[in-house]
Design a binder for this molecule. Structure first.
Ligand code: ADP
Length: 448
């Protein structure tokens, strides 16, 4: 089972995604600002510093172009986490500076769009830890206060929105400043405390999940031990029945023979179930299954599995056909591959009517080995297709046909294919048949 990711946004759980998202947002902002400037310039009567504002928007576009190009390049290079954080901070600083300049040249505290800083602060609070947030928001408030003082004492010019009448603006500059800065501070505090609570809850959920995973592993180990203990005596019973049926113990009357045959069939079924339980528990008992790969001849693997199921198929008058080039090989693990084949072939026989064919095909397609296990059986109803890989799920038809069955086979197959770094798809039509398609990388997809 995969490790549960830690829920911790301040540590940039998925920094690359966030950076990509910011770059897209910035492109939207570039277009939005340009359209707004054009509208104001052409249709409204505000006396903006248009050359400066177009220039700032151009600067934002150029900066974002650089970020985009750099981002594409580093995605291939796999930058370290700290380098990514530097890159991210550069972008955030650039956003703050450019937005500040746009606001300054469009009326500063007169401009209602100063409240757009709230969005920036909210995003910053959500992404960064409390210390970094204090630096960002503190610096922003300090710059606002500084420029306000400079404007008030006419050390820097005020670019008014309302033409030459700036008296009212300077009368209200203090309360405006307090209103804006307190909004920024409160937003930062609220978002970071909400985030902190979420993280605390996430940490609790993580602890609980780890506990459940641990219990689940204990349970799997317990099943593994018990089933191992059960397997021995039942296999022995099955063997003794077979000896009696083959006449090793001498003549037996017809009635006893019939009873022993029934007992043999039941112990045989029980053995199949126990084997599935063992495979299931084994697959779940470890986080990472350790297994060795060898170069396997696919024709040999398929024939080996056919040998195991030949008598079962003959009992049901089902023909097993292998289509596989003699020299086809795959770097894989024999036990896991046998688990895949044996479960799928067993199912194909179980869920097919008499006088049908089962075809097992293997061939190379580009860099993959493609395996197909196809039957002409009862098929699977469309609503049940999603569920058949769930543990213990058995479709209605299967329950009618076969009383004995665990519903574990396909979940074991799925896990084995995952471990072997393959993938699987299923096609099925009711009363036409089912085909399982499995793809494995030729080289086995790296080390296991
Ligand atoms: P089991 O065979 O023990 O019921 P599996 O996990 O192997 O459990 O399969 C789950 C369900 O998927 C089966 O109960 C059956 O309904 C369906 N199934 C699997 N393979 C086939 C197949 N080849 N044809 C039709 N149905 C299938």
């Amino acid at each position: 089972m995969g490790r549960i990711p830690r829920i911790d946004s301040s540590k940039y759980s998925d920094l690359t995604k966030v950076i990509g998202w910011f770059i897209t947002l910035r492109w939207i902002a570039c277009v939005g600002v340009l359209i707004s400037l054009l509208v104001v310039n052409l249709f409204l009567e505000y006396q903006f510093q248009f050359p400066i504002l177009y220039g700032l928007n151009g600067l934002l576009c150029v900066a974002n172009l650089v970020f985009t190009v750099y981002f594409r390049a580093i995605k291939k290079r796999n930058l370290s986490h700290s380098e990514m954080i530097v890159f991210f901070n550069v972008q955030i600083c650039c956003d703050y500076v450019l937005l500040f300049l746009v606001v300054y040249f469009t009326g500063f505290l007169e401009n209602p769009f100063t409240f757009y800083f709230v969005f920036h602060v909210m995003l910053t609070s959500f992404i960064f830890s409390a210390d970094v947030l204090i630096i960002y928001v503190g610096a922003l408030i300090a710059v606002f206060a500084g420029v306000m003082v400079l404007e008030y004492y006419h050390i820097v010019p005020h670019y008014s929105l309302s033409g030459s009448n700036t008296e009212g603006y300077f009368r209200l500059i203090g309360p405006r400043m307090v209103g804006l800065c307190s909004t920024l501070g409160i937003s930062a505090y609220l978002i970071s405390s909400i985030k902190q609570r979420l993280e605390e809850k996430g940490a609790k959920v993580e602890v609980e999940l780890n506990r459940y995973m641990h219990l689940d592993k204990l349970k799997s180990n317990f099943i593994l031990q018990v089933t191992h203990e059960l397997r021995g005596p039942i296999a022995a019973m099955n063997g003794y029945h077979e000896m009696i049926l083959r006449g090793v113990s001498g003549e037996v009357n017809a009635k006893t023979m019939e009873l022993v045959r029934k007992a043999n069939r039941r112990t045989g079924n029980l053995l199949t179930i126990i084997d599935e339980m063992i495979d299931f528990a084994y697959m779940k008992s470890e986080d990472e299954l350790k297994y060795e790969r060898t170069e396997l001849n696919m024709k040999e693997v398929i024939d080996g599995n056919f040998d195991v199921f030949m008598s079962f198929a003959e009992q049901r008058n089902i023909e097993l056909i292998a289509i596989c080039p003699q020299e086809l090989t795959l770097s894989s693990n024999r036990d896991l591959l046998n688990i895949v084949f044996s479960n799928l072939i067993n199912n194909a026989i179980k869920y097919s009517p008499e006088h049908t064919k089962i075809i097992v095909e293997a061939y190379r397609e580009n860099n993959e080995i493609h395996l197909v296990i196809k039957d002409q059986g009862y098929g699977i109803e469309p609503p049940e297709m999603d569920k058949i890989f769930e543990e213990f799920y058995r479709a209605r038809k299967a329950r009618e046909l076969e009383r004995d069955g665990t519903g574990l086979g396909l979940s074991i197959v799925k896990r084995a294919i995952e471990v072997l770094k393959g993938r699987m798809t299923v096609y099925s039509e009711v009363n036409e048949g089912t085909a399982f398609h499995i793809f494995f990388p030729v080289d086995g997809g790296g080390n296991g």
